[in-house]
Design a protein around this ligand. Structure first.
Ligand SMILES: [Zn+2]
Length: 244
């Protein structure tokens, strides 16, 4: 018994890095959507933000959508720099379960938060989300979300281009990893849609539920919103100040 204790002690002393990593992973905000809001909004722990994008060949992000995302990040966070990297990968699949999405991220993602840099990961997929084929985007962890590029292209209607929709969806999913609306915090404003949890009840907010649904054309008049409304912005400000 004593001998075993000695061996265990030596192992603990010999591998402090591994244990630290394991412990960090167990308590990491990255396991739960919305839980990294403070790390993303504030510059206290991470002053820089990097966006790593992996896209299925032929489904690259629209540069206007990426520029808008960077602009929104600049507007709502205290980050001093925002960088983007992207690379493509092949896929023979065209219908993805959440498990498959997690596996793809695991295989493709090369960067995680370290030092003074927080990393957000975005997957651009072809095909559809298997659990709900109306889905245009999906935030599924504390630092990552997926967009369904072909679904976004299919959703273009009348004078509203797929670029307009992609701009809205990418900001919407970013809003979800910030915890909007009421995901892990309670807003002082009454703006959560009771019919659609964690979404805004204002159809002029980018956090309106239909933004990430292929039904967007039937639910929204004109160009879809791609910015947060005053209640969203106030929630984000309070979060950044550590008050929510
Ligand atoms: Zn949503």
């Amino acid at each position: 018994m004593q001998k075993l204790l000695v061996i265990v002690t030596i192992l603990v002393l010999a591998t402090p890095g591994c244990l630290d990593n394991l412990q960090e992973k167990l308590v990491s905000c990255e396991n739960i959507t919305g839980q990294c809001r403070y790390e993303i909004l504030s510059a206290n722990d991470y002053s820089k933000l990097h966006i790593e994008i992996n896209y299925v060949t032929g489904n690259a992000p629209d540069s206007e959508a990426l520029n808008l995302l960077k602009q929104r990040i600049q507007e709502v966070t205290d980050k001093t720099s925002i960088s983007v990297s992207q690379s493509s990968f092949g896929s023979t699949d065209n219908s993805y379960t959440l498990e498959e999405i997690l596996e793809i991220e695991n295989n493709q993602r090369t960067q995680s938060k370290s030092g003074n840099k927080f990393v957000i990961h975005i997957l651009y997929l072809n095909g559809e989300y298997e659990d709900n084929d109306q889905t245009l985007g999906l935030a599924y962890s504390g630092s990552s979300f997926a967009l369904f590029k072909e679904k976004i292209e299919d959703s273009a209607f009348l004078l509203i281009s797929s670029t307009d929709i992609e701009k809205s969806v990418i900001v919407h999913e970013f809003g979800h990893i910030l915890g909007l609306v009421n995901n892990g915090y309670q807003s002082p404003h009454n703006h959560e849609d009771s019919q659609h949890p964690h979404h805004s009840d204002n159809d002029e907010s980018v956090m309106y539920w239909a933004i990430e649904s292929q039904d967007i054309g039937n639910q929204i008049d004109g160009e879809p919103p791609n910015n947060f409304d005053s209640d969203d912005l106030d929630d984000l400000r309070l979060m950044k100040e550590g008050k929510l």
